[in-house]
Design a protein around this ligand. Structure first.
Ligand code: SAJ
Length: 428
């Protein structure tokens, strides 16, 4: 197996062609491996086969077309096509259920598909983010289904993805990588494999540690954002601009306060703290409290908006509100767990009409002007670059009442002629 990987003769199947699976399949194919991408959504397979990615990511279509043209990347939705491969890389989602417990059904179903297809000696890699202990449990599931013995008849590794949407192809190469093997040999083999394109450092450990590392990274960010959000909340009470305070605090060499805002979205940060806690018997409560703070941020934006309505005696039920940005982060089309939707949800029953506009995502309106015409308030929910350079003078003329609520600190100096409110902008 070692030589087969070193010589790039090892055949790879990537299971799940989403935000991580597709770029990973493309990278391995362009590094010289024969790769088959397996995806149950047929329409996605068709789109990818024609050389167009179903996700927005810089460089993806060029790199995908290169991989397909070279003949090294094929895609399928037929499980027969992934039989007998040397390596299986599972990149499926691990979302939360309504009650915030992990839903591992996609992962289990992918593992079952792999168990049916794999051969003795295969290396199975899970890139999905999973609760601690999951990789060991999935190895046991494979043992049950195949009769193989983990560590002897097959290798298994948790290799968490750590890339940020919008920078995936750079970060796949330059970020460091954690490889958690259920045996040392498993991690050693995965190291040779990932070296095909990873230029960052590679650290090897056991699978429970790597599962924990991945969850700790995102929980670190989530808890830090919650702290910044709490500072924003306090800044309103003390009547100061939290962004000025943060900038000044961050001049201290050991302080790096995050950015407060209307909420924390995406497929990772809102869920990973719950995955981290899900396998534990007890905890101190900090992580859950941080989640609670971040999940309450759309309500802070609502309070600011309704304050503004009160200032002009506008009954909320007569108000038309335009939400600018639906993606969970700037310059992206990704709307997974976007706080923009959470915000719309908390205001929609109290106002007359909610409109939305996003240059990357289908909203209620196709153009900014249409979305703003006759509206009473603009609420900025995403930090798209375009929104930094809006012609406020023109937009003001289109609006009925002139309210701005900045949920993403896009506006530094409030434009003239508006009632301006912003999360953390207690001074206005
Ligand atoms: N956000 C804030 N304040 C901040 C930073 C972010 O409110 O100071 C918000 C963003 O607006 C966004 C959300 O948090 O709604 C998450 O955005 P993000 O840019 O922090 O992260 P993701 O979800 O795009 O990617 C994260 C990354 N993890 C870390 O930076 C620790 C990425 O490296 C991971 O690979 C990814 O999660 C993942 O897949 O786990």
């Amino acid at each position: 197996m070692r030589e087969r990987i070193e010589n790039k003769q090892a055949e790879i199947a990537v299971v799940g062609l989403g935000y991580i699976g597709l770029p990973t399949a493309v990278m391995f194919a362009n590094s010289g491996f024969n790769v088959i991408g397996y995806e149950i959504r047929r329409e996605v397979v068709e789109k990818i086969s024609s050389g167009t990615a179903h996700i927005v990511e810089p460089e993806i279509n060029e790199l995908l077309q290169k991989a397909i043209k070279s003949g090294r990347l094929k895609v399928t939705s037929d499980p027969e096509d992934i039989k007998g491969k040397d390596i299986y890389i599972i990149c499926v989602q691990t979302p939360l259920r309504e009650d915030k417990t992990p839903n591992l059904e996609y992962l289990k179903s992918a593992v079952k598909t792999v168990a049916k297809a794999m051969k003795k000696g295969s290396l199975v890699i899970i890139e999905s983010t999973v609760p601690p202990l999951t990789t060991v449990r999935m190895a046991e599931l494979i043992e049950d289904l195949t009769g193989f013995k983990a560590g002897r008849d097959f290798y298994m590794v948790h290799a968490p993805e750590r890339v940020m949407p919008g920078r995936i192809f750079k970060e796949l190469v330059y970020n460091s990588r954690i490889l958690g093997g259920i045996t040392k040999e498993s991690a050693d083999l995965a190291e040779i494999l990932y070296r095909a394109f990873v230029k960052g450092q590679i650290f090897k450990t056991d699978s429970i540690t790597s599962e924990m590392v991945k969850l700790m990274e995102n929980t670190f960010r989530d808890v830090n954002i919650a702290l910044a959000n709490e500072f924003a909340f306090l800044a309103h009470q003390y009547g100061i601009n939290v962004f000025e305070a943060i900038e000044l605090a961050n001049t201290h060499p050991r302080v790096k306060i995050h950015v407060p805002g209307i909420g924390v979205g995406g497929h990772c940060l809102p869920k990973d703290p719950y995955l981290l806690l899900s396998s534990a018997k007890e905890d101190f409560g900090l992580i859950e409290k941080a989640r609670e703070i971040n999940e309450s941020m759309p309500l802070m934006a609502k309070d600011l908006l309704f304050d503004a309505f009160r200032m002009i005696n506008l009954p909320p039920e007569e108000a038309v509100v335009t939400v600018l940005g639906l993606a969970y982060k700037g310059n992206s089309d990704d709307t997974r767990n976007s706080p923009a939707y959470a915000f719309i949800e908390v205001i929609k029953d109290d106002v007359k009409e909610v409109r939305s506009y996003d240059p990357y995502v289908d909203g209620t309106h196709k153009t900014l002007e249409e979305a703003v015409k006759g509206s009473d308030a603009i609420v900025i929910a995403t930090d798209h670059s375009q929104f930094k350079w809006l012609n406020w003078e023109e937009l003001r003329k289109l609006m009925r009442n002139k309210i701005i609520v900045d949920g993403r600190h896009i506006i530094d100096r409030p434009p003239k002629g508006f009632i301006f409110k912003g999360i953390g902008r207690g001074e206005y």
